[in-house]
Design a protein. Structure first.
Length: 811
């Protein structure tokens, strides 16, 4: 019986091959979207799940309020981990990381630049807690002593090829030698950190010399079996009071109780390691995390696209009901039961969905490369756990068959045999209202996705065109300037001989998120001032303001002829407001800041105020910042004359080779560094764009099929109208009008829904945001109407041009 159902199903699919092709193509695209999204979601949800005791590992986060400003960071004091192990019986182990940015690594005269995403300092607890798989070396003590390195397999091959790396010496930053004591397998891609070089944490003096108030170590703890994380968090306030209190009194002259009474607070909290990737987005993360919200959004969009394809099946099946009505009548007359007819029609749906599923598998494989580019992933078919995933995928295919075929099956099987054999069923128009509703739903989803794409683009353009408070264009930054040592100024002067360059500054930091340095700053000379707050410190030289084009609104710029300017600072407007100073009294005020691991105190004089400038994402309000003549001289930034970029880059590289004595050369453009923080929005826009195209493509496939069917059903009416003098254009309008009205209704619904979602949710994530523009909705609606009209016009014009004699011959 089943064999017969399948045989008849294939026969009917072939008989109505035009409509079957539309259904298969639409379902294939929809299923392929779901398959790609299943692969993506599976990967996102698998982060940090593979550790043996993943459910007992937590990161200690630090958050609170200082001087009215909230903060949240993924770092704590280096003393926290050892203290937890010693004082908390619930804690079984701890692990610490310390990222100090980029490094120059020298192996036998060959030098490499490794950025902060490759080399990190870590203690032995990291190897234990995160299940490093050692290929060489002792897992128990590879990082127990200073100046030791553990390399991943890929990094070891990069430096040593096929030679044994054990015992080899690498020099870091032309200063200290480190011995390779271990090689591990590469860190899996579904890990919230992905470093290649682990240097022993005990190599850093700050591991033991830092204050409790100094928070710069990512710290993880592993709880004992059965321990309750809430019990650990309940002990945190007491530990903070015990160790923070004495240092607050020493450096700020106040007790922790009075500090709290002023509105300040500080707390630790535990973040499960398995939640970090999707649920943590605070400062000083070890890497760029994902966002659970977008996993849900894109999953929902993929499912909606599949639903649009299922709607095509339902619409075309019910629309063609008249063509199959006599088949149903004859089958019922011959004794077929309703359940047998339901089974027959469901079999057709299942066969069609399985054919679509096989095609979708091929489409997903072909599209995986582009999807990886859009999502910023490296997903492969090999990453799928097939014993688990294959039944799920087959279940999805069967569910699609059931969902798409159930309504047509019950609808068709319910025909009265006497009625249909008398020819009284008129093309399934009884359910025209349902089909119209489904078409409106399809195009509403398409318009929502188009609007979302355009709003993301509009916000990106707004951020790109926003006045940043400085000029990021034509700025190139040489990143390894500290390697030049005493030749730093020589390099700068030699480069400036080329007229391609307008100015240059030796600096430690740029006004970008990737270049940061924060310190506690207070007005006046007393650190116990309630206005004290942690803020961005930018180390600069005397040419910094001119080179980056800051606008000095009050006072003056740094002057190299004044020796007192070595202890002078420029504030941004947000800092002036933070300290409750006005334009009349801000100049010549004193500010103090803590410097160094032991809390040394620096006093500086305010000589000017610059216009507020962006150095963080536009999601957050501009924070207080200070520019000072700094000690950090890590990079040299040059302003290039317009249309001289090529010549300027050539000069930089050749001059570096002459002066640097073989040190590795690296540079970046400041505008690209600034734009990098919005990579997430760029990816979101691209993904919305692709989904919008797929949605409207599938919807138009269905519309094409319905238009063809409508033209077929109204062939005789068209013939009569042509004989009576109707024009081709009039017939096209008649056939298209109904569908254009439906798409217009979709435009209204889709615009309202998309406008609400993007305005109330997505755009609200930005402090500095665009307003929804009418052109966004005009383009979305115009695109949908144009594509729908072109889709229908083909069938309408074809029907209108047909010879009326052929359609009326049978009358």
């Amino acid at each position: 019986m089943i064999r017969n159902y399948i045989k008849v199903a294939f026969r009917n699919l072939w008989k109505y091959k035009f409509y079957s092709a539309i259904n298969v193509l639409g379902l294939s695209i929809g299923i392929a979207s779901v398959l790609l999204m299943v692969l993506y979601v599976q990967h996102e949800l698998s982060y940090d799940q593979y550790y043996e005791d993943a459910d007992r590992i937590y990161r200690v986060d630090f958050s609170g309020t200082m001087a009215g400003q909230d903060f949240a960071v993924a770092v704590v004091s280096p003393h926290a981990g050892p203290t937890f192990l010693e004082e908390y019986p619930e804690v079984e182990d701890y692990a610490r990381f310390r990222n100090q940015g980029s490094w120059i690594i020298d192996y036998e005269g060959e030098k490499y630049r490794e950025d902060g995403g490759v080399l990190i300092f870590a203690d032995q607890g990291v190897a234990r807690m995160f299940d490093f798989e050692f290929l060489a070396g002792n897992p128990e003590d590879a990082l127990e002593e200073p100046n030791k390195l553990v390399l991943t397999e890929t990094i070891a091959k990069k430096y040593f090829g096929d030679a044994d790396p054990m015992g080899k010496i690498l020099n870091l930053d032309n200063s200290e030698d480190y011995e390779v004591t271990g090689v591990i397998k590469d860190i899996p891609g579904n890990t919230h950190f992905n470093f290649g070089i682990f240097a022993s944490l005990l190599s850093l003096d700050e591991t033991t010399e830092s204050l409790w108030l100094s928070n710069n170590f990512q710290t993880y703890i592993k709880l004992r079996e059965g321990a309750n994380p809430a019990d650990v968090e309940a002990k945190f306030p007491g530990t903070i009071q015990k160790y923070f209190g004495p240092e607050l009194e020493q450096f700020m002259g106040k007790s922790i109780e009075s500090w709290i009474e002023e509105g300040n607070n500080a707390k630790w909290s535990l973040m499960p390691v398995t939640h970090i990737h999707l649920d943590s987005n605070i400062d000083v993360e070890l890497g760029i995390n994902g966002d659970r919200q977008y996993v849900y959004i894109f999953s929902a969009v993929a499912i909606l696209i599949l639903f649009i394809a299922c709607i095509n099946f339902m619409n075309l099946s019910t629309a063609r009901s008249a063509n199959r009505a006599k088949e149903v009548g004859i089958r019922k007359t011959m004794g077929s039961l309703k359940k047998q007819l339901v089974t027959q029609f469901l079999s057709e749906a299942f066969v069609l969905s399985m054919v679509a599923f096989l095609i979708a598998m091929m489409l997903a494989g072909l599209a995986l490369g582009q999807f990886n580019q859009l999502a910023g992933k490296e997903l492969t078919v090999s990453t799928i756990h097939w014993p688990t995933m294959l039944p799920i995928l087959l279940g999805i295919a069967l569910f699609i068959g059931l969902m798409a075929g159930s309504y047509p099956a019950f609808y068709l099987s319910g025909f009265n045999p006497v009625t249909v054999l008398k020819g009284k069923l008129q093309g399934g128009m009884k359910h025209k209202g349902l089909r119209s509703t489904l078409v409106v739903f399809q195009f509403s989803i398409s318009i929502i996705l188009i609007v979302c794409t355009l709003v993301v683009y509009q916000q990106r353009q707004y951020m790109s065109n926003q006045n940043l408070g400085y000029d990021k264009e034509q700025l190139v930054s040489v990143m390894n300037a500290y390697l030049l040592g005493d030749n730093t100024n020589n390099f700068k002067e030699e480069v400036m001989r080329d007229p391609s360059f307008l100015s240059a500054t030796v600096t430690g930091h740029l006004p970008t998120p990737s270049s940061s340095n924060n310190s506690l700053v207070f007005p006046g000379t007393s650190p116990d001032d309630e206005r004290a707050t942690s803020m961005r410190i930018i180390d600069a030289d005397f040419d910094y303001v001119k080179t980056l084009g800051f606008n000095v609104k009050l006072g003056r710029d740094f002057d190299p002829s004044l020796s007192t300017d070595s202890t002078a600072v420029l504030l941004n407007e947000a800092c002036m407001k933070q300290f409750n100073w006005t334009e009349e009294n801000v100049l010549d005020q004193q500010v103090g800041m803590f410097a160094g691991r032991q809390g040394q105190l620096d006093q500086m004089q305010v000589i000017g105020v610059v216009e507020d400038f962006f150095f963080e994402s536009m999601r957050t309000e501009i924070s207080p910042a200070i520019i000072r003549i700094g000690r950090n001289r890590g990079r040299i930034t040059f302003k290039i004359a317009p249309e001289k970029t090529g010549q300027a880059l050539a000069t930089l590289e050749s001059t570096w080779k002459e002066i640097s004595n073989g040190q590795p050369y690296a540079y970046e453009f400041v505008d690209e560094s600034f734009e990098a923080q919005y990579e997430s929005e760029k990816r979101q826009g691209a993904i919305f764009n692709r989904f919008a195209v797929l949605a409207i493509l599938i919807a138009c496939l269905g519309l094409f099929g319905l238009a063809a069917f409508t033209a077929e059903q109204r062939t005789k009416e068209i013939g009569v109208r042509k004989v009576l003098g109707a024009s081709v254009s009039g017939l096209v309008i008649m056939l298209s009008k109904e569908f254009m009205i439906l798409v217009s209704i979709s435009f209204v619904i889709g615009s309202l829904v998309a406008g609400y979602i993007m305005n109330e949710y997505w755009l609200n994530d930005f402090t500095y945001r665009t307003n929804l523009s009418p052109w966004v909705f005009a383009i979305a609606g115009g695109t949908a109407l144009l594509v729908a009209w072109l889709t229908m016009s083909f069938q309408s014009i074809r029907a209108a041009l047909a010879n009326p004699v052929q359609s009326l011959r049978s009358e």
